[in-house]
Write a protein that binds this ligand. Structure first.
Ligand code: NAP
Ligand code: MG
Length: 405
């Protein structure tokens, strides 16, 4: 076998929970450690260790990503009441993803892994569609009211110097509902730059869609910030790469999306991104084939799978039963992080290794070695699914062959 690839700088490794924690270890042992001198700074975000450190480990991991710029994360449990009991937690810790996203101030880009034998439900989609969702404000930080009866609702802003801006929202003749929401120029600008940088890196067109014809100040502000930053900082870089940025109305964007061949990044406001990312994910086949990367405006990257900890499979695994858990998205989290590390450190071998790993994983699926979730949706249909380990063994065999070339 060829020499093991040496790394210069570490990846920040965030371990997690349940079945994905099991997969995590297998992927490292079977697909990474025999080929690489894997250098990671390890943080155990498994719920037991979050409890032990009163969640400090999540904050430490986020700080480490700020320091080293590239991280890879295993799926983690977001505690709810049942988990508080199951793990005997002192408190219902917040979602690690939420905590890290708030610290890095990042945008999440979700992109499907395409293989020949799984056809998207939308026939024309032959290239992946990436959804970038603005993760701050709007409906997710709103204030709502139920109005009991007749009266006047007003929108009032009091500036620090006492100046007042006032608009009548509605003169209610009877009961109804009311909501106030906001966003920040700074947060929008950070989102915009992250989207432009991502599109440049992927060499893909960027679309941004909102509803400025109806929302003439709010959505229009998003559109304007996109346009201003594009003209001032990105127009030339896009021209050099031969890619485009364009704005369109959200209803036009979804209509175009359905008729497109894919291959673009669609930037969405918070709510639109929530809805459209799930629509696109399910049309591409499976959550286990969806990758996710958090990118901060400072250029920090955290790669992960879009799915959760696959709890039901884990309970079967604990009982000693066989599982057929799809490792694709977790493998691609590792390959994404290794590629980015290689690019930042100028390590071509590492970039090449990431490409070989992805190719081997894709080939495994295309050769018909499918976990149960995919066996059900593949064309042509296959008889019998492989188990978790058999799948990884097939990937390893193809990786060996591809590295030997
Ligand atoms: P999930 O772990 O994504 O699993 C939901 C179902 O989807 C599974 O039961 C399984 O279906 C199928 N599935 C998902 N990933 C799969 C894979 N890799 N291979 C095969 N099948 C797969 O979602 P959940 O059960 O709602 O959540 C479990 C835990 O994950 C929760 O504690 C939640 O907080 C956490 N979570 C974490 C993240 C994250 O860290 N980013 C994201 C979401 C959820 P079948 O059982 O029918 O086979
Ligand atoms: Mg959602």
């Amino acid at each position: 076998m060829a020499v093991r690839i040496k790394m210069k700088n570490p990846l920040v490794e965030l371990d997690g929970d349940e079945m994905t924690r099991v997969l995590w270890q297998m992927i490292k042992e079977m697909l990474l450690e025999s080929y690489l001198d894997l250098k990671t700074e390890y943080y155990d975000l498994g719920l037991k260790n979050r409890e032990k450190t009163a969640d400090q480990v999540t904050y430490d991991a986020a700080a480490a990503i700020k320091k080293h710029q590239v991280g890879v994360k295993c799926a983690t449990i977001t505690p709810n009441a049942a988990r508080v009991e199951e793990y005997n937690l002192r408190e219902m810790y917040k979602s690690p993803n939420g905590t890290i996203r708030a610290i890095l101030d990042g945008t999440v880009f979700r992109k499907p892994i395409l293989v020949r034998n799984i056809k998207p439900l939308v026939k024309t989609w032959i290239k992946p569609i990436t959804i970038a969702r603005h993760a701050y404000g709007d409906l997710y930080k709103d204030v709502e009211m139920r109005i009991a009866g007749a009266g006047k609702a007003e929108l009032i802003f009091t500036a620090e110097n006492g100046d007042i801006q006032k608009e009548v929202i509605h003169n209610f003749a009877g009961p109804g509902v009311l909501l106030g929401m906001h966003n920040l120029d700074q947060s929008i600008a950070d989102f915009v730059r992250t989207c432009f940088n991502y599109a440049l890196e992927q060499k893909q067109n960027l679309w941004f869609a909102a509803k400025d014809t109806i929302s003439k100040k709010y959505d229009h502000r998003f559109k304007d910030i996109f346009a201003e930053i594009f003209a001032a900082e990105y127009a030339e870089k896009f021209a050099v790469q031969g890619i485009e940025y364009f704005y369109t109305l959200i209803d036009d964007a979804v209509a175009r999306l359905m008729r497109s061949t894919g291959g673009m990044v669609l930037a969405c406001k918070n709510y639109d991104g929530d809805v459209i990312s799930d629509l696109v994910a399910s049309a591409f086949g499976s959550l286990a084939m969806m990758t996710s990367v958090l990118v901060s405006p400072q250029g920090e990257y955290l790669y992960e799978a879009a799915h959760g900890t696959v709890q039901r499979h884990y309970y079967r695994h604990l009982k000693g039963e066989e599982t057929s858990t799809n490792a694709m998205a977790t493998i691609f989290a590792w390959s994404g992080a290794l590629r980015k590390r290689g690019e930042l450190d100028g390590l071509l071998e590492l970039v090449d290794f990431a490409a070989c790993l992805e190719k081997a994983a894709r080939q495994t699926v295309e050769d018909g070695y499918l976990t149960k979730d995919l066996a059900e949706i593949t064309e042509p249909p296959v008889q019998g699914a492989v188990n978790t380990i058999e799948f990884l063994e097939e990937v390893r065999a193809r990786l060996d062959r591809s590295l030997a070339d």
